[in-house]
Design a protein around this ligand. Sequence first.
Ligand code: ADP
Ligand code: ZN
Length: 615
Amino acid sequence: MDFENLSSEQPDANLASPEAILHRVFGYDTFRPLQGEVIQEIVAGGNALVLMPTGGGKSLCYQVPALVRPGTGIIISPLIALMQDQVAALQQLGVRAAFLNSTMDYQQARDTENALLTGEIDLLYCAPERLLQPRTLDLLHQASVSLFAIDEAHCVSQWGHDFRSDYLGLDILARDFAQVPRIALTATADERTRREIAERLSLVDARHFVSGFDRPNIQYRIAPKTNANKQLLDFIKVEHEGDSGIVYCLSRNKVEATAKLLQGKGHEALPYHAGLPAEQRAQHQERFLREDGVIIVATIAFGMGIDKPDVRFVAHLDLPKSLEAYYQETGRAGRDGNPSTAWMVYGLQDVIKLRQMLEGSAANDHFKRVERQKLDAMLGLCEITSCRRQALLRYFGDVMEQPCGNCDTCITPPQTWDGTIAVQKALSCVFRTGQRFGVSYLIDVLRGSDNERIRQFGHQAVSTYGIGGDLSVTDWKSVFRQLVANGYLRADPEGYGALQLTETCRPLLKGEVQVDLRQDPVAKKTSAGGKARVRDRITDPTGWEALRACRKALADEQGVPPYVIFHDTTLFDILEQRPASLAQLADINGVGRAKLERYGEAFLSALAELDAASA
Ligand code: ADP
Ligand code: ZN
């Protein structure tokens, strides 16, 4: 087979046009929104600050210009552990990519440095601390550099949650390499972080490219916690059996326990947290990336820069501290654009715990105020009765005209009820018992329980004793949760979960305003509906498994994760379109020249075998 004849392009200057490279190297037809503009700007020698949601296609924004412009593109990326896969993925595309980091021995580093100087590398990945070493800067001055790309640029922001002090040194690039275009990229959206990135990386005058932050393929769902373990097991069983996903927990112990729980039910679940030996962490991450259907159970220590495209769900068993964190963590689902779920359960205790942690922390007042606002926004999203996506996007400055239709509140609009009287009773009970008791006790008093403790404190005598018999314990918990979430009650920072009144609750206590409360939905064992699941697209499971096996064999041979060979989406298309020749295969999205050469025949024979078997 003569591969040169497969493509209709002429060997002229257009060969190096961004469009030609997109098609030939990456196998894609068109640029995504903003990609084309960003690439044009960088190719023309300008600077850019790019904000795109996870999965939006940031990498192409620097990879294509690096291939168009003469010289080597230098990519600054915070995570050494992931460089290897990024480089391997590019090499699979036939791109001359390499990295420079502390995992290499002297000779390997020397070889890479020489290749850089002789112009044999198109893209070089490098961690910020390495880049800033005088030796590396010297080297770059001698080399021909086509661009600097600063990935995960929000790491330069002290307000963000991923601050890396090394990033602060990167403004040296603006001064020492004034002629080289720079592009900073992040998925972290808010205005303040963006300003900080622009200032600290000297990109104030650069063009800013901000795309919408919606992730329409992710279904957002937040449910009140009843029995978290059971809820999680049901969710995975009904909607994501065999899928790969991430489960986030706040503590190491809970990570371990949850991983065991899932293993016990036959899932491939692996723990990941900072308390595990580095070697084991690396091994678990590796298995998550390379095997199909692995669930990683992790603290927030896991995830930054994970660009596994086929994570089908992200589950939270504990509330994140801010919407920024929530959006970033849930954003790890569905980078490939296929339907995915962001699922979370939360309860009264979570709300109390987070509020206490915040109030009890030793941080200064200004910092606490910011953190409190962030937590309020997070809790607000949990308790909201309108579209969650609209609220999320509004928080990040995006306007969405219509409710999304793909979040739990859109799919099953929650009912509200007039809680004016209940709220009055609850607040009054807190007041009458001296603001010294936690929720369970308060509910006992409200419902008129007869127990030792109540007798000991003489609380049968208070006026709120037994006035709440009309509501169940669960209902009362929901009332208290909403009161704490909305800031009418606060948890005693000294601990023990005692609830206290805040200033804002006065009009409620007096019954001066009507309060609508959210009616917690009754947990159902069925999926929330909405968009079709990925697996529903597979009408030919035998064919699908055969193609997956073919991909896995090639991946293992090359020592790369399966998605580096082809994405699921490409595999679906191969299965559906049944290409009969290399030329037909080349037309499928995601099949570039290099992959066609390397893997084309293997997939064609897998298809032929399938046909033979079914004939
Ligand atoms: P980000 O870094 O913004 O999270 P990536 O650069 O990893 O996103 O891209 C997400 C996925 O989308 C990748 O699998 C990539 O191959 C794919 N992709 C990017 N641009 C295009 C395009 N123009 N056409 C088709 N697929 C694309
Ligand atoms: Zn919605």
